[in-house]
Design a protein around this ligand. Sequence first.
Ligand code: NAP
Length: 266
Amino acid sequence: MSGNPAGRERRSCRGARQAAARRRAGDSFAGTLAPMTNTLITGGNKGLGFETARRLINLGHTVYLGARDRERGEAAAQRLGARFVQLDVTDDASVAAAAAWVQRQPGGLDVLINNAGILGGHVAPPDVTAEVMRAVYETNVFGIVRVTHAMLPLLRASSNPVIVNVSSGLGSFGVVNDPGRLESEVHALAYCSSKSAVTMLTVQYAKVLPDMRINAVDPGYTATDLNQHSGPQTVEQGTDAIVRLATVGKDGPTGTYQDAAGILPW
Ligand code: NAP
């Protein structure tokens, strides 16, 4: 992103600091990190977003912690040493203001993690109305498009632009039709279909933006507020795939759908 020598110098000093931070953190993804990486995470104030922020900061990233609620977002950012940015993924003005704020940050933006998501309540498929669908899609699908559209000009200026879209195994046709998988017993019309949309929009972006690494992730069933902490995985386990794909280099995969174990069926 820094085209001038002074900028490159700042990058290389910070790269050395980041390498030291990675060695201290002993993180297994340390080898793939590009120097001086600035990362925006939506829904970063709790759950998987918060844990992703924590791990990426340990790896030396500068994290812009997006949250729709200023108080909760600022408190989370302060706990982690991240920079808070107000960002409601359903609100055009909030997203535009966040993009303008990111643009003013030294070093711009390298990695976008579209993590914010909602379940949309437990409504049996026959009872789901267009209104219920619209609310879930507004966050899980249109939110990703809104934020990605606003941040793409900033990502284009990065030497190694990366997008991670947090989808779900519940959006995988292969997984929900596999009787051996717990996901096959979940019937959530709005949530599951919204996450199928997330993987497809990941593929569509990846096809037309070959200079970026753009992948979708299934964190796996993880104990967070989203599921009243019923998931068997810890947030650390749930963020393994997110962190792995947030730290890929220019030769890393793109247009894939992965969980902690690797490639998932669509
Ligand atoms: P969580 O603890 O409920 O966190 C969700 C985050 O999204 C919160 O920070 C929430 O902010 C934020 N958010 C919701 N609507 C927003 C909006 N309009 N604008 C900005 N932020 C918004 O849930 P989680 O489990 O960490 O979920 C993170 C992602 O992982 C979601 O996309 C989810 O679908 C996906 N996922 C989770 C699991 C799992 O088992 N946990 C499995 C597969 C996929 P507030 O605090 O303001 O509500």
